[in-house]
Write a protein that binds this ligand. Structure first.
Ligand code: SAH
Ligand code: SF4
Length: 354
């Protein structure tokens, strides 16, 4: 059996080449791209401005895998929704939609980049299950499609405005597929999402950050820091043994200098572990004179981790300490704990009953 080409993960240029291989003009490739990513076509057969004979030829060699929602959970706020999606090989992944109705209205899709994760951070549920495999670019787009379809008319009907790679997996360990996804999201004839609204979060893969600095893909960079000493970071995040702070922080500085873009540092406050006054001082020392922003996240509970978050007042006090020291910092609004959809709570084998 021959496998058909998955059209959803192809860049415009690759679609043009495919069109030419099938005996058509290159612009047919662009048409297919628009059908899939701007008009959200569910199949080749509905691409009505392509000649019928071409559609038939295309369907013999290529396909658009269907979105398979295995489970849907809506948080008590009604605005945070988690989907469990089935993939072609029987694996499943979770992704989350966050609707913001007040202030800057936006619909944020929190996407996974891998089935599971190999990084084993001690506070993260995804890390507990290990890595199954990387996702393809098509499977990355598939999540945004499924989440967009959850939006009602009054919620911007299908319009995903922001993408964050903060679901399952380490995106810089799946660089090629994630960047393909980013380019498809950013393309004005595709999803048309501005680079300021696409954020990639990494646990600190230094060669990946260096590659981002060289290639400057259209995205914002967030780095999960969580500790200001190697001693503590080694314990929380095993990747620190490979890329310790004295390599990670200079790489982030270089990224900020080369790209002129600000780096966001994520810092999950864990009660009694990294929430002391001296941690705040250490943070401001580490990030001094850098184009940086600190996002404080009270840790979300993960069974078996033994860690606890901090109350909101403690998080506010920590942010105030950072601000006094001259850092830009804010608390990240954390959502979806009641449906295990908050940061660090996603799993590839959801235990919920389907
Ligand atoms: N693998 C990437 C992106 C996915 S995790 C990374 O680690 O950056 C998205 C964010 O959630 C990261 O900042 C991660 O450190 C954080 N996170 C993981 N577990 C968490 C938890 N239990 N509570 C709060 N944040 C958590
Ligand atoms: Fe992987 Fe990120 Fe979870 Fe660490 S926090 S285990 S890198 S998904």
């Amino acid at each position: 059996m021959t496998t058909r080409i998955d059209l959803r993960g192809l860049l415009p240029q690759e679609l043009e080449e495919l069109a030419v291989r099938l005996g058509e003009a290159p612009y047919r490739g662009r048409q297919i791209f628009r059908w899939m990513h701007a008009r959200r076509a569910k199949g080749i057969e509905v691409m009505s401005d392509l000649p019928r004979a071409f559609r038939e030829r295309l369907a013999l060699v290529a396909e658009l895998p269907p979105v398979r929602v295995l489970n849907r959970l809506v948080a008590a706020d009604g605005l945070t929704r988690k989907l469990l999606l089935g993939l072609g090989d029987g694996n499943s992944i979770e992704c989350v939609l966050m609707i913001y109705k007040d202030g800057r209205r936006r619909n944020t899709a929190c996407l996974s980049s891998q089935v599971g994760c190999a990084m084993g951070c001690s506070f993260c549920a995804t890390g507990q299950g290990g890595l199954q495999r990387n996702l393809t670019a098509s499977e990355i787009i598939l999540q945004a499609l499924a989440l967009g379809a959850e939006l009602a008319e009054g919620e911007g009907g299908n319009r995903i405005s922001n993408i964050v790679f903060m679901g399952m997996g380490e995106p810089l360990n799946n660089y090629e597929a994630v960047m393909k996804g980013v380019r498809i999201f950013e393309d004005p004839s595709g999803w048309g999402i501005s680079h300021r609204r696409i954020t990639l979060s990494t646990c600190g893969i230094v060669p990946g950050i260096e590659r981002l600095a060289r290639e400057k893909p259209p995205l914002e960079l967030a780095v999960s820091l969580h500790a200001v000493t190697n001693e503590l970071r080694d314990k929380l995040m095993p990747i620190n043994r490979r890329y310790p702070l004295e390599e990670l922080i200079p790489a982030c500085r270089r990224y900020a200098e080369i790209t002129g873009r600000r780096v966001t540092f994520e810092y999950a406050l864990i009660a009694g572990v990294n929430d002391r006054r001296e941690d705040a001082r250490g943070l401001s020392r580490l990030l001094r004179d850098m184009l940086a922003f600190v996002n404080i996240i009270p840790l979300n509970p993960v069974a078996g981790s033994g860690f606890k978050g901090v109350p909101p007042a403690a998080a506010r006090a920590f942010v105030a300490l950072l601000q006094e020291a001259g850092l830009e910092a804010a608390i990240r609004d954390s959502r979806g704990q009641d449906i295990a959809a908050a940061c660090g709570q996603l799993r590839f084998a959801s235990r919920e009953v389907l």
